[in-house]
Design a protein around this ligand. Structure first.
Ligand code: ASP
Length: 343
């Protein structure tokens, strides 16, 4: 075979390997000989938490321990060449199973004392996204969101349709009471008669918030974002927040950044917060941190809208702005750095 032909075949084989490694979004290590990006993982367990001093040292430690465990799990995925998508799904599943946070087990309850859950995931490489809303029997809504992204031609499924799909996908289903913890039930009872459809803003309470989210940059340079929540305490039945709405509470693009938001969802929807982060970077050329500040500290604060977000950009910069008393948050890097914080 002439040398040129051999050379062309070798090149084609090499490029198709590279392409499939980038397109699967699954646990593929960077091809040998190619540069590996330092990976980054950022997580949150909700903004709008308690005023400093409200939680006991033991309670604070319980939150910090869970954030550290979540970071360790996600770091395990990323340090073994796993994709950012796998990392954010793994972390959010863990936090959904943890009763401390307002997602999955331990979700806040709606006006009827039921947990109605929302979740979304987005792949920054392909621009594909999936979401579920108002589900009551899917144990891990984030995994259902990922299946919507990967197994359907749709972006969002809600209620009974989402649950039918999850069952068909053999995802774990539970009785709606599985999500209700004694603490959330007590808080719900205390909050009755049900708050009006317009909840008060900036109330220093762990009961209203605690949404969970994760964003990551993997060693192939791909970004992903995931968010899961029970929404807001006493919300109207059927209310859908920002978390499952692509561009509002969740967004990822390899061109700019990956974002997961938390806070008073209606404001995050109206301000298209997660996409706005990306747009400010793309069109204004602003750095990640500045984009976060513009949205959380200027735009939302001016509207008296409480909340925060976590974001990582394509170069591995991170930002975690919030305008509330607290935001459960943390990050880990391939350098071995790992930090968690509440206030
Ligand atoms: N953003 C969520 C929602 O409005 C609540 C939260 O982040 O705590 O549904």
């Amino acid at each position: 075979m002439p040398a040129l032909v051999t050379c062309c075949i070798a090149f084609l084989l090499f490029s198709s390997t590279l392409l499939s490694a980038q397109n699967t979004g699954s646990a593929t290590a960077a091809p040998v000989g190619l540069e590996r990006h330092p990976w980054v993982l950022v997580i949150h367990g909700g903004a709008g938490g308690p005023v400093k001093g409200t939680l006991t040292t033991k309670e604070e430690q319980a939150y910090l321990d869970k954030l550290n465990e979540a970071l360790k799990l996600g770091s395990g995925v990323l340090s073994h060449g796993g994709s950012s998508l796998d990392a954010v799904e793994t972390v959010v599943r863990f936090m959904e199973d943890c009763p401390l946070f307002n997602a999955g087990k331990g979700a806040v309850l709606n006006e009827n004392g039921k947990a109605e859950l929302d979740a979304a995931i987005m792949d920054g490489l392909t621009g594909m996204a999936g979401a579920v809303a108002c589900v009551t029997t899917i144990k891990n809504p984030i995994s259902a969101a990922r299946r919507v992204m990967e197994k359907t031609s749709h972006v969002m499924l809600c209620g009974a349709g989402a649950e039918k799909f999850a069952r068909a996908q053999h995802l774990e289903m539970v009785d709606p009471t599985y999500f209700i913890t004694p603490e959330r039930l007590a808080a719900w009872k205390k909050s009755r008669p049900a708050p009006t459809a317009k909840p008060e803003k900036n109330e220093p309470s762990t009961e209203k918030h605690g949404t969970v989210g994760a964003v990551a940059l993997d060693e192939n340079g791909n970004l992903a974002a995931a968010t899961s929540t029970g929404g807001m305490m006493g919300k109207m039945t059927g209310r859908i927040g920002d978390s499952p709405i692509i561009g509002a509470g969740t967004y990822a693009s390899n061109k700019t950044c990956a974002v997961s938001a938390t806070g008073h969802g209606e404001f995050f929807i109206r301000n298209v917060v997660a996409y706005d982060m990306s747009a400010i970077m793309e069109y204004r050329g602003a750095p990640l941190e500045e984009a976060g500040k513009i949205i959380i500290q200027d735009k939302l604060r001016n509207q008296k809208a409480d909340g925060g977000l976590i974001a990582v950009d394509k170069d591995g910069n991170i930002t975690m702005p919030f305008n509330t008393n607290a935001m459960f948050r943390g990050f880990a890097r391939s350098t071995g750095e790992q930090e968690v914080a509440i206030y």
